[in-house]
Write a protein that binds this ligand. Structure first.
Ligand code: GRG
Length: 296
């Protein structure tokens, strides 16, 4: 049931990407092709799905606007993956089972495609906000997205990850990296949906707690999959963390304990939602349980 809903939403989002990013004849055509290549290269679309579902759980908004905002979130995520794969960062050849952006278009265009996606994301969100009656909600949601993907969020986490030496890493620093690099964008996608859908302040706190729990769960499961996942299903090589001697939850606590931590985080996420009154949160509870055993 949950898997079918996730698949349907993913399809809906991919149709929207296909229709929204047009490639026309122009001198900079190649950068549009490069942007669309990564946007359409697959992926779970978990962040836009979280946004759409939370927005609708809190009261909803115009569907076209919601889809455009969801697309903007996926653009921010995709830009981060393109840049993360570059030789100056993780130097990966494959992502989502396909050659990485710079392998196809070259480093120069890949950098610009990432920049282009980030700018286009804000262009989309601003257009959506300008057309809406309740502009303030959209502005607040945009602010949440900007913070979470900025230096106090995803970029900060990436910087800490790059400059930290394994020998000086401890549990607290590892938590900081996970929280910022991965969890904040997930939490922000939920918060943005809740804000636009009209959630009350007290509900936003619950959404935030739930988001932090599943965000961290998501990243720890990522570490676990690097150890025990199926590289064909994942569309990327596994065992990378061990080869690079990276500090992860698995290397710090071992596999069994890491799995136990993800189970505890799922319990925590579900109990956060138990505090939410009068809203249908079943999807989010099921999702938290599913993330513990996801294989992709
Ligand atoms: C370059 C500013 C900048 C940030 C990069 C996202 C990121 C930060 C790095 C990617 C490497 C990584 C393992 C990050 C942790 C977050 C994560 C698990 C990203 C992959 O997200 P998924 O699994 O990817 O949602 P799909 O392909 O499904 O969209």
């Amino acid at each position: 049931m949950l898997k079918r809903e996730l698949a349907e939403l993913k399809q809906q989002i991919e149709r929207h990407i296909e229709d929204s990013v047009e490639i026309t004849e122009c001198p900079q055509r190649v950068v549009y092709e490069s942007m669309k290549y990564s946007l359409m290269a697959g992926g779970k679309r978990i962040r836009p799905i979280l946004f759409l579902k939370m927005c609708s759980a809190m009261g909803g908004c115009d569907l076209g606007r919601a889809m455009d905002f969801a697309l903007a979130i996926e653009m921010i995520h995709t830009y981060s993956l393109i840049h993360d794969d570059l030789p100056a960062m993780d130097n990966d050849d494959f992502r989502r089972g396909k050659p990485t952006n710079h392998k196809v278009y070259g480093e120069d265009i890949a950098i610009l495609a990432g920049d282009g996606l980030l700018n286009l994301a804000y262009e989309k969100m601003i257009e959506v906000a300008m057309a809406a009656e309740d502009k303030v909600r959209y502005m607040k949601a945009m602010n949440v997205m900007a913070k979470a993907s900025g230096v106090e969020g995803m970029i900060g986490g990436q910087v800490a990850d790059i400059i930290s030496e394994r020998s000086h890493m401890d549990e607290n620093l590892l938590y900081y990296i996970h929280e910022n690099k991965t969890s904040k964008l997930i939490e922000a996608s939920l918060l943005a949906g809740a804000i636009i859908g009209g959630a009350a302040e007290s509900e936003l706190e619950i959404v935030s707690d739930y988001g932090r729990a599943i965000g961290n769960l998501f990243q720890i499961r990522d570490d676990i999959l690097d150890k025990i996942g199926d590289s064909e299903k994942l569309g990327k090589s596994t065992g990378i963390d061990e080869r690079n001697e990276k500090l992860t939850y698995v290397s710090l606590f071992g596999l069994e304990e890491s799995i136990r931590i993800t189970e505890n985080l799922a319990d925590k996420a579900v109990s956060c939602l138990d505090l939410m009154e009068g809203k249908d949160t079943e999807f989010f509870k099921e999702l938290a349980r599913y993330l513990v055993c996801r294989e992709v």
